[in-house]
Design a protein around this ligand. Structure first.
Ligand SMILES: NC(=O)c1ccc[n+]([C@@H]2O[C@H](COP(=O)([O-])OP(=O)(O)OC[C@H]3O[C@@H](n4cnc5c(N)ncnc54)[C@H](OP(=O)(O)O)[C@@H]3O)[C@@H](O)[C@H]2O)c1
Length: 293
């Protein structure tokens, strides 16, 4: 199988590049080889590699900067996925795309299921929601995997920030009113590959039969404070930590350009039931991540 992977240098893309190797020939690209703000660049890349599967792990992910660059965020996250879906359909290929818990407003009060009301409260969330819509409108063979609070230790993430602070600050203040489902990029890449390995017969038909949006994130929920405490607990080289106290703070104390939805934990039962796969607990996965990477 010829697989075109976009966003190979990102948190998820880096792990996908490694994990997908056993499934086919992987053509992995990133900016500037492909520029998702340019329809020409998207179309040329798809035509050049003639993939049977396109996996889009590229995105404009700077939630705060998106507030001042809404057009770029919309091009990359909103329009480009639709163009990829059109290219996939024209080539007889399937598309796997990732979306975000930030398509929700965070006001539901319990973990979100796929059919909950979509109501993004920032530019990033609106652009990602547009991406979901532009893919589904093409009506091809696609899976949209909505994930949440992605981290790896290779690129700057909440986990690497907390580890850095723990070596520099006696006291760290972390918000306790943002609740989500921390998701290790490697787990996300591996479970994506496991879904693909389940396809029997034509992958494109199989994905078409299962097409739609699925929630896929670390199992369970944590506040950022609980997540930080777990990071410090499992961090290797604890002798380097100087942090004595982790204090609870509120999101309102740290004004940022983009408003964040407060409770966006995800219910992933639909994914698990459909594909017969089990998602591991966010804390156990974090432990593995900190031992491994
Ligand atoms: N990170 C999270 O907490 C989170 C949460 C929920 C959902 N997601 C979704 O999960 C997916 C993977 O996220 P991630 O954290 O792995 O993202 P990431 O680490 O930010 O990687 C995104 C990749 O896309 C590339 N990119 C950005 N603009 C581009 C453009 N115009 N043309 C081509 N490539 C471009 C980036 O290149 P540069 O580095 O050069 O910009 C980067 O390599 C995304 O769909 C994201 O929306 C992420």
């Amino acid at each position: 199988m010829r697989i075109l992977l976009l966003g190979k240098n990102g948190q998820l893309g880096w792990d996908l590049h490694r994990t997908l190797q056993s499934l086919g020939i992987v053509f992995a690209v990133d900016y500037p080889e492909i520029d998702l703000t340019s329809p020409d660049s998207i179309n040329k890349t798809a035509q050049e590699y003639q993939p049977e599967l396109i996996i889009n792990a590229a995105a404009y992910t700077d939630v705060d900067r998106a507030e001042s660059e809404p057009d770029i965020a919309m091009d990359v996250n909103g329009l480009a996925p639709g163009l990829l879906a059109e290219q996939a359909k024209a080539l007889g290929a399937a598309l796997i795309h990732y979306s975000t818990d930030y398509v929700f407003d965070g006001k539901k009060g319990s973990p979100y299921v796929e059919t909950d009301r979509l109501n993004p409260i920032n530019v990033y969330g609106r652009s990602k929601l547009e991406g979901e819509r532009s893919i589904s409108q093409v009506n091809g063979s696609y899976l949209i995997l909505r994930t949440s609070w992605v981290y790896s230790l290779r690129r700057e993430s909440f986990v690497t920030k907390v580890l850095r602070w723990s070596r520099k600050k006696q006291t760290v203040r972390i918000v306790s009113d943002q609740i989500g489902s921390p998701t290790w990029a490697r787990m996300l890449a591996e479970i994506t590959a496991q879904v693909l390995a389940k396809a029997d017969g034509s992958l494109v038909h199989w994905i078409k039969e299962h097409r739609g949006v699925y929630h896929l994130a670390g199992k369970g929920a944590a506040s950022r404070l609980e997540w930080a405490q777990a990071i410090l607990h499992y961090a290797p080289h604890s002798e380097e930590q100087i942090t004595q106290e982790v204090q609870s703070a509120l999101t309102a104390e740290f004004p940022t350009p983009a408003q964040r939805p407060l409770l966006t934990a995800m219910n992933c039962e639909h994914f698990q039931n459909t594909f017969g796969l089990i998602i591991s607990d966010w804390k156990e996965t974090l432990h593995l991540a900190l031992e491994t990477e």
